[in-house]
Design a protein around this ligand. Structure first.
Ligand code: SAH
Length: 224
């Protein structure tokens, strides 16, 4: 048994918080999330498993929560919104995620697309996420410890790319690894950030600015 994640965790908070989870879903709907597959995936993905024990009781509140190393697990609304945007132009087969973090957004994606390729620069976070995803038996996730600003060229091109850390400008490598018809969802900016959606067409790139967001910065390089 892996320390901290056992049967009790899987069923315990998960079962007793059914009402709290439903309240969260109603809140996401009220905020405009409408993709039923996304809502259902959020409803059935145990967010408490992606948090330390001290934070787990807050797992079904619509707030960002700390995961260590000065990083945060995104607010459920943002996870839902970004996932919905990524899938809005039809199903995605190969999706690249930048910033595995806790692995929660990875788990949501893994249930909605064929293959997820997830890059994280902090090795310790990646290892924790790997254990959690294995526990949930999500076998379509491939992980890499690297600087996500470079994408994952060997595994590209991707028909979806989702970043959960904000660069000041969109890295050229991510645009290059987007297949024609592919869609990139990414927070961009320094002090003020905007969520951007970029579609690769046969002619070039179409960019839309969706809403203001607040992500941790995309940092260069890797650390252990
Ligand atoms: N999706 C995550 C959110 C984690 S916060 C979750 O659901 O928990 C953003 C993550 O991006 C952090 O784990 C941070 O270490 C990672 N990150 C920041 N810069 C990065 C980079 N250049 N390459 C890969 N990961 C990066």
């Amino acid at each position: 048994m892996i320390r901290g994640v056992n049967r009790v965790d899987l069923n315990g908070i998960g079962m007793t918080s059914q009402r709290t989870r439903e309240r969260l879903i109603q809140r996401l709907i009220a905020q405009g999330v409408s993709d039923l597959a996304v809502l259902d995936t959020i409803r059935t993905t145990p967010r408490h498993l992606f948090l330390d024990e001290a934070m787990a009781h807050r797992a079904y509140e619509d707030v960002a929560l700390p995961i260590g190393f000065a990083q945060t697990l995104s607010q459920p609304y943002i996870v839902a919104r970004m996932t919905e945007l990524l899938l809005a132009r039809g199903p995605r087969r190969r999706v690249l995620e930048i910033g595995t973090g806790s692995g929660y957004q990875t788990a949501v994606l893994a249930r909605l697309v064929e293959e997820v390729y997830s890059v994280e620069r902090i090795k310790a976070l990646q290892q924790r996420a790997r254990r959690r995803l294995r526990q949930l038996k999500l076998r379509n996730v491939h992980m890499c410890h690297a600087d996500g600003a470079l994408g994952w060229a060997e595994r590209g091109p991707f028909d979806g790319i989702l970043a959960t850390a904000a660069p000041e400008r969109i890295p050229e490598e991510l645009l290059q690894q987007l297949a024609p018809g592919g869609r990139l969802v990414i927070p961009v900016g320094a002090e003020r950030q905007h969520l951007q959606v970029v579609d690769r067409t046969h002619e070039g790139f179409d960019t839309q600015i969706v809403e203001d967001v607040n992500f941790v910065p995309l940092r260069p390089g890797t650390r252990r």
